[in-house]
Ligand binder design. Structure first.
Ligand code: NAP
Length: 481
């Protein structure tokens, strides 16, 4: 069995504990993908110190040289896309086509920041004193801790690491303990690209062993975290005044369907937004708020569509939904399905799938509940699985009130052709990503991304040009003569 290592100060190293943990295939948990280092606080400290030592050199490294490394890392990902996509599917469970897109998107992100970072500047300011030049300049923060989840285990790290490096910061990257292999491929890409010693460091291990060190050590100037609201809030609250935080967290994303909506479109968007990635997208559709004139037609068509969905191993041809990512996910989703059955009307699905083609994997049939009210847990809590809660609404105004009645604010969609509501929706919905006649899921590499309310710290956006802000601080300079 292959054992993989940490990457600290340009050395592939073992954890000081001497222990390892395993990564397994959620479509067949008998299949072991590799053993990874169960790192300790001391290993995390080593990685942070390496990043701290490398910072003064990297800060002064010409921008063009930094960009060259990002482009070379993108080349490496593209060259190995077939192998890495297969590994991603075997490690996380998503469809092979989605894995390919994710690897290519990670490469695209590196290329995007290799260009965008080189034009990221301060401003000059008009001033009454003709003998004075006033301008702002941007500079890097220092050591950045990058902590990421398993659901987009390479594209989320890419959209943090690329802007951090191009702006002159050094990085310690800790991936989810569920997807260390594909994260390691990103580390490998930077290593092959010639990233200088200490500038980028990769460390695996459980959050309970290394999380506190990576987030509270005094050399850490920024923490960029994507994961659950519970963990993100805890990290944010424990961070010191000198540590900037960016927390991208959970969601309970609504899709509003009005009477005039095309029902086939609404069903397609539910399947794509709620069930693709087995419901494990932070922007996944989990509440459908629907008016009476559309509801029965929508529910009938949705159930018919679910019956035709092919569920199976993400490597298989024609498969539309893969397994859940791990045992915790399976237990949690099945628990929410039980809760749904006690508090709402169960329309369809939710079974744990077993038997030929399913044994050894974490498979669940997509589930639909109706007569869901605002107080129910399946209407309020993030389930992070293929479960749709259908909520009755009287009209657009009622839909907006109910859609906004949540602690989350990540993404939202409206399905209608009525221009009055299309215009009001972006103004009235409380969400960082607002879609009309599209799925709640999906965002562009070149556009800002982030949530409102408890879905994000809302301080800085990720992605796009706005994604560079978090990694720089501004100095204002007054030069007289
Ligand atoms: P998670 O349990 O919060 O873990 C995320 C990452 O944080 C993992 O690497 C985990 O390490 C680490 N971690 C957990 N607690 C920590 C702590 N106290 N200190 C330092 N690190 C800590 O989330 P998950 O189950 O991986 O991901 C699912 C969640 O992510 C969902 O809530 C989803 O909505 C959210 N998400 C949000 C976005 C977004 O952009 N808003 C995107 C994708 C996912 P271990 O693996 O070692 O525990």
């Amino acid at each position: 069995m292959t054992q993989y290592f940490n990457y600290i100060d340009a050395q592939w190293t073992k954890a000081s504990s001497g222990n390892v943990f395993e990564s397994r295939n959620p479509a067949n948990y008998e299949e072991l993908l590799g053993q990874f280092q169960a790192s300790t606080e001391a290993d995390a400290r080593d990685a942070l110190e390496a990043a701290h030592r490398a910072f003064p050199m990297w800060k002064k490294t010409p921008m063009g040289q930094r960009a060259k490394i990002l482009n070379a890392a993108a080349d490496y990902l593209e060259k190995n896309v077939d192998q890495f996509a297969e590994e991603l599917t075997r490690e996380e469970g998503k469809l092979l086509s989605n894995s390919k897109m994710e690897i290519m998107r990670s490469a695209q992100t590196f290329r995007f920041y290799a260009v965008e970072g080189t034009t990221f500047t301060g401003e000059t300011y008009p001033c009454d004193d003709p003998g004075m030049l006033v301008y702002s300049q941007r500079e890097p923060l220092g050591v950045v801790s990058v902590i990421t989840p398993w659901n987009f285990p390479i594209s989320i790290p890419a959209r943090k690491i690329a802007p951090a490096l191009i702006t002159g910061n050094t990085v310690v990257f800790k991936p989810s303990s569920d997807t260390p292999l594909i994260a390691l491929r990103l580390a490998e890409a930077l290593h092959h690209a010639g990233v200088p010693k200490g500038v980028f460091n990769f460390i695996t291990g459980s959050a309970s062993d290394i999380g506190a060190e990576l987030t509270t050590n005094e050399v850490v100037r920024a923490i960029t975290f994507t994961g659950s609201t519970r963990a993100g809030e805890r990290i944010h609250q424990a961070a010191s005044l000198t540590t900037r935080t960016q927390m991208e967290l959970g969601g309970k994303n609504p899709m509003i369907v009005l009477d005039d909506a095309d029902i086939d479109t609404a069903v397609d968007l539910t399947v794509q937004g709620g069930f693709a990635l087995t419901g494990q997208a932070c922007t996944g559709t989990s509440r459908v708020l629907i008016t009476a004139g559309a509801k029965e037609r929508y529910l009938d068509a949705l159930v018919q569509r679910i019956k035709s969905i092919k569920i199976g191993n993400g490597m298989g041809a024609g498969v539309e939904i893969g397994p859940l990512a791990n045992q915790r996910q399976l237990d949690s989703v099945l628990n929410y399905i039980d809760i749904g059955k006690t508090e709402a009307t169960h329309v369809y699905g939710g079974e744990h799938l077993t038997g030929p083609g399913f044994d050894g994997g974490y498979y669940v049939q997509p589930a639909v509940f109706t007569d869901v009210t605002q107080q129910m847990r399946i209407a309020r809590e993030e389930i992070f699985g293929p479960v749709i809660a259908v909520i009755d609404v009287e009209d657009y105004d009622d839909a907006i009130a109910k859609a906004n009645d949540t602690e989350f604010g990540l993404s939202a969609a409206l399905i209608t052709n009525d221009i009055r509501y299309i215009q009001r929706f972006p103004l009235e919905i409380e969400a960082g990503t607002v879609k009309v006649n599209r799925t709640t899921t999906g965002n562009l590499v070149n556009a800002p991304f982030g949530g409102l309310k408890r879905s994000s710290t809302s301080t800085f956006r990720e992605s796009g040009r706005a994604g560079l802000d978090f990694y720089t601080q501004i100095k204002t300079v007054y030069i007289g003569r």
